[in-house]
Design a binder for this molecule. Structure first.
Ligand SMILES: *Cc1c(COP(=O)(O)O)cnc(C)c1O
Length: 227
């Protein structure tokens, strides 16, 4: 049986290979372990193997696990859809939110961020494949939302997150990331240092196109069971 520790080692080595393959500095891509639907024990197992950044999609589930794992020094990332009436617990209990897609959500997160905590790290979610069902802003909306969110006092605007439509072909996987990366470069905002690009199925393409955070669930924790 493959353990979480063994899988973690394999993924770290895949990330390292991809970094070297495109002449990027080893260690420039952060591994975010996506633990949605998985029990706190799985998070603890990855933590024992050195993993510190974990991503969750469902607020109630995440808060439950955070309570259970209170003694662990974990950096928590929220990567799921955000309901505007649920921003307060997000502002209180997370270090990063990757899925901000409106000024209203950003304003609430800033207003609700507790004063004793550092600014909340924010990525704007961009719907790069223009899929009607997916959340996220359009590329055209990115410059203005960046400008507005950058002004909010208790947020630290860091970059963008994308979940492109799944593709099998490597070159096709690269395309949306290439386009979004270029759009961010053209904003000339040096504080935008974060590209939350890549999941289990397209990790290498995402790293080739400048990912700085890959969000990996299945390859680390196994298939998810939503039942
Ligand atoms: C579930 C999820 C992931 C992880 O996907 P895998 O294919 O299991 O690696 C990454 N990002 C987001 C936003 C997710 O919802």
């Amino acid at each position: 049986m493959t353990t979480i520790a063994q899988r973690l080692k394999q993924i770290r080595s895949q990330i390292n290979d991809a970094e070297l393959a495109c002449n990027r500095q080893p260690g420039s891509v952060l591994l975010l372990a996506v633990s949605k639907t998985k029990p706190a024990e799985d998070i603890a197992a990855a933590y024992q193997a050195g993993q510190r950044h974990f991503g969750e999609n469902y607020l109630q589930e995440a808060l439950r696990k955070q309570l259970e794992l209170g003694a662990y020094d974990i950096t928590w990332h929220f990567i799921g859809p955000i309901q505007s009436n649920k921003t307060k617990p997000l502002a209180m209990h997370f270090d990063w939110v990757h899925s901000v897609d409106s000024l209203k959500i950003a304003e609430r997160l800033s207003a609700q961020r507790p004063a004793h905590l550092p600014p909340l790290n924010i990525c704007l979610q961009v719907n790069i494949s223009d899929e009607p069902s997916k959340s996220g802003i359009t590329l055209a909306e990115l410059p203005q939302l960046c400008e507005q969110v950058a002004k909010l006092p208790n947020l630290n605007l860091r970059g963008v997150m994308a979940i492109p439509a799944p593709q099998q072909d490597f070159e096709q996987q690269r395309q949306p990331y290439k386009i979004l990366h270029q759009a961010v470069v053209e904003l000339h905002r040096p504080e935008l240092d974060t590209f939350s690009f890549g999941m289990t199925g397209d990790l290498k393409a995402a790293i080739v196109e400048g990912s700085t955070i890959v969000r990996i669930g299945t390859a680390l924790f196994g298939e998810r069971n939503y039942a």
